[in-house]
Design a protein around this ligand. Structure first.
Ligand SMILES: [Fe+2]
Ligand SMILES: [Fe+2]
Length: 165
């Protein structure tokens, strides 16, 4: 009865899994390059995408479907910070468009709970889009100083010594 919803929910799972892989890849490289603030942003966002996957999976199982844990795309091997942020912003933009469309399709198929789930996810993806957009704006505004400030964070936390036990 809800075949179409299950198909759309699984398409969303595939995009969320891709986002988790891509953002963790960005996290590893930001961490390696010493950009702690961005490394944390990518990791936190990957964790939120994992929670999205969980909500989608719960709905699929409720509708008696199964969760296809496939990624919709390979990880892009991008290591420049500006390119990472641009790619991440594009991924969020695509999710916002897709989830809005899929919410409408679920509504047309009389599945209001899946519709609401997609709408909830859109709100989160808009926030993610905004976070990446702000970082890109800061990069434009501050140029090389932006990356310098990112690096200083690590020096500051190292200088502060190990966390108190
Ligand atoms: Fe998501
Ligand atoms: Fe997102």
């Amino acid at each position: 009865m809800h075949e179409k919803s299950i198909e759309l929910l699984n398409l969303a799972v595939a995009d969320e899994v891709t986002a988790i892989h891509q953002y963790m890849y960005f996290h590893f490289h930001c961490d390696d390059q010493g950009y702690d603030l961005l490394a944390t942003l990518f990791k936190q966002t990957a964790i939120e995408e994992m929670l999205h996957t969980e909500r989608l999976a719960e709905r699929i199982l409720f509708l008696k479907g199964d969760v296809e844990m496939r990624a919709s795309a390979e990880v892009a091997k991008i290591q420049g910070v500006g390119e990472m942020l641009k790619r991440a912003r594009e991924m969020e933009e695509k999710s916002i468009l897709d989830y809005n469309r899929w919410a409408n399709q679920c509504s047309a198929n009389a599945d209001s709970v899946s519709k609401k789930l997609f709408e909830d996810l859109v709100a989160d993806e808009e926030r993610h889009y905004d976070q990446y957009d702000i970082e890109l704006e800061n990069m434009d505004k501050f140029g090389d100083r932006y990356l310098a400030l990112q690096s200083i964070e690590r020096s500051k936390s190292r200088a502060a010594g190990p966390p108190a036990a």
